[in-house]
Design a protein around this ligand. Structure first.
Ligand SMILES: Cc1cc2nc3c(=O)[nH]c(=O)nc-3n(C[C@H](O)[C@H](O)[C@H](O)COP(=O)(O)OP(=O)(O)OC[C@H]3O[C@@H](n4cnc5c(N)ncnc54)[C@H](O)[C@@H]3O)c2cc1C
Length: 416
């Protein structure tokens, strides 16, 4: 078959790219090896937070020191499934050198701008699609006072960039979160943040794409690329070959394998995380929250409550670590004393592999050595937040439109 744009991967990023490309008039085909519910993508079971407040990229000062401390604790939110191979070592070295103040300052304003635009696009999309979008803000809740002090510092930096925030002591927090009691020393409220139900978003987008005549091929594995000089010509999949003028690489944490196949470097690792979703629990919070001490995200949806977290740097292993799951449950109980273990005990945990770039910023752009291949990956903990803006930027790249942003920061070639 032939198409204008072939998209490899139909998670939240691939489908969002398909939507904007199709709106621009391109004939688009998406290929994904998942079934159509996309349960096994990284997108399905995520916490669904849209967080313009998260202006500090994953690679930031202090992260390495904290990460090393956490490595010693099997129940901590961070670990590494270390493999002594060059891929992992070189990624870790790149990550370490990006974790500096200069990078954070440069990235913060950029992340704020694209996140706010992304949230505004979600708002517009929610006029015609039902995916549980709510603009109720999010809470950063802390137990340790020193962590609260750090969060207040981050809030100050966010305020300077025009992001509203409100610092709350214990009793003020109880007035904002009225759904459940919280045990903490206080928190920071970001009213501009929002959330959605990721499974519902994928479903709604899928339905809309069908109406727009976009072809989405599920249970279709992309195996190889064919290349002629500096251009890709086709992909071969488990169901046949597809040639295209442009290719979008949106295969989540598997994207770097494809880049390597055509001789391109895209430093990536996977950040394994878990979530558990309680259907109609006896009680649930009203406001999505990050439980800062344990890095757990808690998101109330219309008829359910999802808790999730942990970051295990791995090379695409989705093996579940029971200790980390137990730690999530224990920490949820520490923060929400009214939560009971039985609410989640019998539930199947969901596991997702976050696509981690080497500096905490996504890779969005075409490769200098393969101009018709556009990267749309590496979003780490911000893939849901940044999906619509990624779709828009990828469309602008292919349509050769001018940008409002300094796209060099996102170039897939920035580590070459
Ligand atoms: C516990 C957890 C909580 C999170 N919470 C949030 C949050 O609150 N807010 C936020 O913004 N982000 C969050 N994230 C991060 C977010 O989920 C990811 O950044 C995002 O889902 C990445 O989307 P993607 O489309 O790039 O990857 P994916 O969703 O993984 O999609 C990639 C798709 O490509 C397919 N694919 C791979 N290889 C092939 C192949 N060879 N052929 C065909 N198809 C292929 C895969 O099957 C997959 O469906 C969270 C992640 C986790 C794990």
């Amino acid at each position: 078959m032939r198409t204008d744009v072939a998209i490899i991967g139909g998670g939240v990023i691939g489908l969002s790219c398909a939507y904007f490309l199709s709106k621009e008039g391109y004939d688009v085909s998406v290929f994904d090896n998942n079934s159509s519910d996309l349960y096994h993508s990284c997108s399905w079971g995520s916490s669904g937070m849209i967080v313009p407040s998260h202006i500090v990229p994953l690679a930031a000062p202090g992260v390495i020191k904290q990460g090393l401390k956490w490595l010693l604790d099997p129940k901590s939110p961070f670990s590494i499934e270390f493999k002594p191979n060059w891929n992992m070592i070189s990624w870790l070295l790149k990550f370490r050198s990006a974790a500096n103040k200069k990078h954070v300052v440069k990235a913060a304003n950029f992340l704020r701008q694209i996140s706010l635009e992304s949230r505004d696009i979600y708002k517009k999309l929610s006029d015609n699609m039902d995916f549980g979008f709510e603009n109720n803000g999010i809470l950063m809740i802390c137990k340790k006072t020193e962590l609260l002090a750090e969060e207040i510092e981050i809030a100050k930096m966010a305020n300077e960039l025009g992001m509203k925030s409100q610092t709350l002591n214990q009793s003020e927090l109880a007035k904002v979160e009225t759904g459940m009691k919280i045990s903490s020393s206080g928190g920071v409220f970001y009213p501009l943040d929002a959330h959605l139900d990721p499974g519902k978003y994928l479903y709604a987008l899928n339905k809309t794409l069908k109406e727009m005549q976009v072809k989405v091929f599920y249970e279709t594995k992309v195996d190889t690329f064919a290349r002629q000089n500096e251009l890709l010509t086709s992909i071969s999949t488990s169901k046949g070959t597809c040639s295209a003028k442009y290719f979008v690489l949106a295969a989540g944490s598997f994207s770097s394998n494809f880049a390597k196949q055509v001789g391109l470097k895209l430093p990536m690792m996977s950040g394994k995380g878990y979530s558990v979703t309680m259907k109609n629990p006896p009680k649930k919070p009203h406001i999505p929250s990050i439980l800062v001490d344990s890095r757990i995200a808690s998101t109330p949806f219309n008829d359910s409550w999802r808790v999730g977290g942990t970051m295990t740097v791995t090379e695409n292993s989705a093996k579940i670590n029971e200790k980390k799951l137990t730690a999530i449950r224990e920490n949820v109980q520490n923060f929400y004393p009214e939560y009971h273990f039985e609410w989640t005990e019998a539930l199947k945990p969901w596991v997702g592999l976050r696509p981690l770039s080497a500096d905490g910023l996504p890779y969005i752009g075409s490769f200098a050595k393969c101009k018709n291949l556009v990267a749309a990956t590496g979003h780490a903990m911000l893939g849901v937040s940044l999906a619509p803006i990624t779709g828009k930027l990828v469309t602008d790249i292919i349509a050769k439109k001018p940008f409002d942003y300094e796209m060099q920061m996102l170039s897939p070639d920035r580590f070459n």
